[in-house]
Design a protein around this ligand. Structure first.
Ligand SMILES: C[S@@+](CC[C@H](N)C(=O)[O-])C[C@H]1O[C@@H](n2cnc3c(N)ncnc32)[C@H](O)[C@@H]1O
Length: 190
């Protein structure tokens, strides 16, 4: 399991940009879907700032991250309807795990997908965990030039959803953090 994000875990919750990102992501999420009563997966949850907001009204949140130290910070918060798990999630690792058995109404991935070695495969794995009609939402930096190695273009996200068999609802510039634009991708499993 990768631990490259472990070194950020202790300071993550005192980073103002992280707090602003999770607040704005939550507000933009609620324009599309109300988490009330839903079963939710937060993929790449970090210390769970977005998961905490969703858990206020969701039925339950499974919060997964490959960084054990990020997950330790979330575990220490002891939020009753959040199940934190340090895990490298794939369709096969989820198959025998009871936490994933019933599938999810909503999967969120906040500032995660652009860091994955295989975004397309991750979308397939996540789609397999979505219930029929379920919604996938991601936020990533907007990549504005070919030289920029962060984030995605809108077209890349739309193409990836199509390749994974997800139906695009919208890919839009949802908010900014400083001078950086954040793209929000919303898709459903038909
Ligand atoms: C930029 S941080 C975002 C954390 C959190 N979503 C937030 O918005 O505060 C990226 C996170 O993705 C996690 N991550 C990277 N690759 C992952 C993977 N394959 N599966 C799950 N989490 C992953 C990292 O450990 C890290 O915590």
């Amino acid at each position: 399991m990768s631990d490259s994000w472990d070194e950020y875990a202790e300071e993550w919750d005192s980073n103002a940009d992280v707090a602003e990102h999770s607040e704005k992501a939550f507000l933009s999420l609620k324009k599309f879907i109300k988490p009330e009563g839903l079963t939710v997966l937060d993929f790449g949850c970090g210390t769970g700032q977005l998961a905490q907001k969703i858990a206020d009204t969701a039925a339950s949140v499974v919060a997964v991250d490959t960084s054990p130290k990020m997950i330790d910070v979330l575990k220490a918060k002891k939020i009753p309807n959040i199940t934190p798990m340090a895990l490298d999630l794939s369709e096969s690792s989820a198959k025998d795990n009871p936490a994933f058995r019933t599938g999810f109404d909503l999967i969120v991935a906040s500032s995660v997908c652009a860091f994955l070695p295989d975004y397309g495969q991750a979308l397939l794995d996540l789609k397999a965990l979505l219930r029929e009609g379920g919604t996938f939402v991601q936020w990533d930096w907007l990549r504005s030039t070919d030289e920029d190695d962060r984030g995605f273009t809108k077209e890349e996200i739309i193409e990836a959803y199509s390749n994974a068999g997800l139906s695009t609802v919208e890919v839009s510039e949802a908010f900014s953090i400083g001078s950086m634009q954040v793209l929000m991708g919303v898709a459903t499993r038909a």
